[in-house]
Design a protein around this ligand. Sequence first.
Ligand code: B12
Ligand code: SF4
Length: 550
Amino acid sequence: MQQPDQRAAELDPTTEGVLLLAHEAQHPALLRPKVLFIQPKLSSSLWGLEYSAYYAGWRYPNPPLGIMTLAGAISPDWEVEIRDENVGPVEYATEADIVGMSATHLDHYHVNRVKELADYFRKQGKVVCIGGPVANLAPDAVRAHCDVLFEGEGELTWPQFLKDYEAGTYKDRYEQLEKIDMSLAPTPRIDLVNAPDYGAGQIQTTRGCPFTCEFCDIIVVFGRKVRTKPIEKIINEVKLWADAGLQCIFFSDDNFVGNRVHAKSLLRELIKFNARRRYPVSFYTQASIDTARDPELMELMRDANFFALFIGIESPRKSSLSETLKVQNVHTGDLAEAIHTIQSYGLWVAGGMIVGFDHDDVDIFEEQYEFVQRAGVVCAQVTLLEAVPKTPLYERMKESRRLIEYRQNLPTNIIPVGMSSQELVTGYRNLVNRLYTFDAFVERFLNSLSYMKKNKLSGERIPLKATQFVSLLRTLSYYCLTPDSRRRKFFFEMMAGTFRIHPGAWKWTIRYLLSFIHFHKFANQDVMVVSAPLTHDENETVNVRRAIAG
Ligand code: B12
Ligand code: SF4
């Protein structure tokens, strides 16, 4: 609980402040208890864009929506603060009573950072709470480091815990089995973060996905019934982000088109929303490949100023897709053609690709490369198949004794069958390196652009803001003022190709050049560490990861 002298330092010396202090001194119950939420630092990843941040002018691409949402569920009787370690070092000093942390990604660097921070704040006498995807899927990874563990969605259990805390009867574990009605989802506290620190605003419009991919943890945690947030609530959140200064928003649904009726109604409202603005807000999201079979949906996306879709493509090999129950991809005739259809509506396609399925052999790396280039998947995120706890894949691997519970010499917890582990890891690294060479990137970027050329692209007519102008100058100097002739050649090929194919897209080319600064470095150095074997001394690996994540 805050002490009066700490409170005094916080209040301004106005009459109102002095009166409030005197009032609080007489009525100690009025001193508000405080929650500090922390988003511990995530490790370097393709989408973290760590090396591009300086050139872009923001600090991290995405805000910590989980804790922002829970902050929205706290009554005004409490004081709330958010500190995001992805945008800068976390200040350790705090007068908070409760420290709530989100354990977001099941990787060793991040989980160790969560534990480190949790141990520190527990020593300071704070009540440490941990929730988030790691707590949902692998609670044992953090259990010993917190006072209160939260499993499942937090909208019901978190307020219940605060009530119990006030009554002095809180438990050490809360599990929310119920999947909430999204109309009850609190509005995230956008005011508690500094919006310009982020590349985009973030909103969840649905939870759940109707599909059945064997490796997917989303359907385990959020379910297969698509729960939709009321459209007026979504529009309100869009407005809040836009008012906070962010003109680009990521709809962080796992499948934005899981309920197409809802998606289309929302898109129609977004079109109306943008029509009322001088400069439209732009959007990107994640969606399944069946989007390509619905022209009305793609038209609405284009008209609502969507510029990109991330699609789980996973593999060009149909036998691997069937194995993993990715039915929507199996039933899409030619996947590359489907991607070209989406691009023809002026939408960039980013893709999730996976290697290491049982039907993959050593030829898969060449097949993946050829596919990504042909389809023009500009940002291809390739990962090794991993069995996430609680998923059907995890159970299958366990039953077939191919699961490595305490892996020590592999960057995945699965023993592959179509090749040796060594071949899998080497093939994976070479594929990622190769996809992010200058030549490969320029080839697929221009390939993609050639399918988009009939459309005006999002943002073409919007004048650059001062920060974007600085970002442009920084990016130009990175590519032009360098002794590295390959880098300069790459830049000129990207720009010349753009002016030849689709001159109006030049701002996008600059944006991709900016992101490529990260992709290239990530693919050449970080990926070696991310996919490094876990040594017997796990801390050693953790330290290397930390050094890279900066
Ligand atoms: C945005 C996002 C990112 C952003 C970063 C987000 C950030 N700032 O934290 C970026 C793009 C960088 C990213 C990258 C990656 N991501 Co990501 N990401 C997401 C995504 C799509 C949306 C997050 C979101 O908006 N959630 C909405 C909020 C409301 O949900 P929530 O955070 O789960 O919070 C709820 C509960 O968990 C709980 N809760 C959360 N925190 C806390 C804390 C307390 C105290 C309590 C009580 C409760 C609680 O209450 C909340 C309300 O119900 C999720 C998918 C998803 N559906 O969540 C994946 C997800 C989190 N990512 C995932 C993965 C695997 C990755 C990558 C590894 C992908 C890759 N292969 O490269 C990388 C690695 C990043 C890294 N460096 O480690 C997985 C994590 C699975 C796991 N357990 O490991 C998810 C779940 C997607 C998936 N199914 O695969 N990601
Ligand atoms: S389409 Fe995506 S979110 Fe849906 S089940 Fe498959 S992997 Fe999960």
